[in-house]
Design a protein around this ligand. Structure first.
Ligand SMILES: *[C@@H]1O[C@H](CO)[C@@H](O)[C@H](O)[C@H]1NC(C)=O
Ligand SMILES: *[C@@H]1O[C@H](CO)[C@@H](O)[C@H](O)[C@H]1NC(C)=O
Length: 239
């Protein structure tokens, strides 16, 4: 994947509240293409079908199909609070959509609110993906950015510590802001990572807070191996 693939996105408030049906973002890697009748394609098709069955029960699936040099590797991850049924809907949609958007790429990734789906012809399991990353933020500013930024970093750091100690590599929580307001957050890693690499990945993206979300009412740094989100309103199905 290209090292310049850091994209910055802004998004309007109304987009967040739409029903997660549209992809947040995707990357088609330029590391290699396959052609029609390439043996990679049936392997990728089987892998996609496999992940859409394997992922929903636990919210995470990974696997590979075929033999080198045509082996396809992939994983899918659903957000930690998403039901098996919504997970399945998302992974099936992601598997279809990414093939439309990157029809001949051997390597690609797509993210939705509810899931991510990634595949490659290179074995990538257990490695922190530092290349595929994007930011999203709420355009609205908070009134006291310094205090707010500190609260955000504190909450996400606590949630990172909780996530890497959890077998699901996921944590969600909330903290009091001033008055009756609250700050809500989540952190999550793909479960091919070790606990210590999950922590390393989350610490890395939390370090992006000043670039991503300085003084913003909501924000996300979304990578191929981990992501966080914070908002001043509840955004999870269960919290
Ligand atoms: C893959 O295909 C795209 C679009 O046709 C092209 O721009 C790119 O250079 C190709 N990459 C390789 C490695 O062949
Ligand atoms: C938020 O603050 C930035 C930088 O001060 C400013 O450019 C932007 O217009 C503000 N956004 C809103 C929605 O007020």
């Amino acid at each position: 994947m290209s090292s310049s693939s850091l994209y910055l996105l802004t998004f309007a408030f109304f987009l967040q509240t739409a029903f997660g049906a549209d992809p947040l973002f995707h990357f088609c890697s330029d590391s290699g293409n396959f052609s029609t009748y390439d043996p990679y394609e049936p392997n990728l098709n089987k892998l996609t079908a496999y992940l859409s069955v394997q992922t929903p029960p636990s919210g995470f699936g990974m696997g590979s199909i075929g033999q080198e040099p045509n082996q396809a590797y992939g994983l899918a991850l659903c957000r930690g609070d998403v039901s098996s049924q919504d997970c399945e809907t998302c992974v099936v949609e992601a598997g279809t959509e990414i093939r439309k958007r990157c029809p001949y790429n051997k390597d690609a990734i797509i993210w939705y609110d509810n899931c991510l789906f990634k595949y490659s012809n290179q074995e990538f399991f257990g490695q922190i993906d530092n290349e595929n990353m994007f930011y999203m933020w709420n355009l609205n500013n908070v009134s006291e950015p310094q205090a707010f930024n500190q609260k955000t970093k504190q909450l996400l750091t606590e949630l990172a510590n909780e996530a890497y100690a959890n077998p699901k590599l996921y944590a969600a929580g909330e903290t009091e802001l001033y008055g009756s307001e609250k700050l809500y957050g989540l952190t999550q890693c793909t479960r091919d990572l070790s606990a210590s690499d999950c922590k390393k990945c989350l610490d890395g993206i939390i370090g992006e807070l000043p670039s991503c979300c300085d003084g913003k009412q909501g924000g996300r740094v979304v990578g191929g191996s981990c992501n966080f989100r914070y908002e001043i309103y509840p955004f999870l199905n269960s919290l």
